[in-house]
Design a protein around this ligand. Sequence first.
Ligand code: SF4
Length: 350
Amino acid sequence: MQHFNQIIHAWYRHNKRDLPWRQTTDPYKIWLSEIILQQTRIEQGTSYFVRFAETFPTIKHLANASEEEVLKLWQGLGYYTRARNLHATAKKISTEMNGLFPNTYEDIKKLRGIGDYTAAAIASIAFGLPHAAVDGNVYRVLSRYFGIQAPIDSASGKKEFKQLAQELISEMPPHIHNQAMMEFGALQCVPAPDCPACPLNGSCYALTKNMVAQLPVKQNKPKVRNRYFNYLVLLTNESTYLSRRTQKDIWLGLYEFPLIETSSRSDVCHIVESDEFRNFVNPEHVILGDISNWETHPLSHQRIHYRFIKFAVGKESGISETLIRTNKKDIFNFAVPRLIETFINDNIWE
Ligand code: SF4
């Protein structure tokens, strides 16, 4: 273990990236970076971190923002529950904890949106507490180097990895150790690694046993659900119409064009003749325009097949009052899912 730690730490000193959240021990900023980087690549997450830290320099600033502002700034990052949890937690800290971020692992873990990994990362990096943070990168490094074949998505596997990670951190300064482990997994021991260039290649279990591609082990492959979204783009000369997602589903709180979800790539005639369509608009007051090709937007457990169907609106009186009328120019002020953002950037002015 000592040999492993020494090599990882020496490697980290020479190879660590200069990232903006590495220049602070402010728990708010560390928390912000950890939430942004969940499910997000560093290259994409860095600019979001900088924007959030500039727009909301303290927990209080974030707590005082509206949900619309937070979601708008988050737009494009995906997994919007993270943004809503971030906002709710900032409010709680601001109003119930005097604006002070909790300073123990146990109290940090009680906050909404913070699990074991994030609590350990904040506790170690901001407060120097010896809690091992085990993320996907760390699972990969540990399983390969130490030859652990317990599935990383099983309760017993998680326990085994956590125990080993905890033993390793006990010998080292926690804030450096956790970051060194994660960075090593992110840059060196990647899914398809360059093992000949690795400083651990003389003692790595997976390399010796020719098991690099097999480790870490996962027992469950997530099932992917296919969904079919038909967006109705209702256009007048100046305006279009949006609706807000209010159901417990993906993209809660974001805006989109009126949506008809179907069970397959259904024909436009069926869409226009459906009751859902009539609930949005009187078919006699609109003229069918361009129909985009189907595209696919992958999410972690869903594959969204989507297309946009344009309609020229003759009489606005036939449009449902549940829809939000917006001037085309103002549409950019709404927080929208990425696929809508791409569409409005490319199409709305045509
Ligand atoms: S030798 Fe290869 S598999 Fe082993 S720790 Fe290094 S990069 Fe990972």
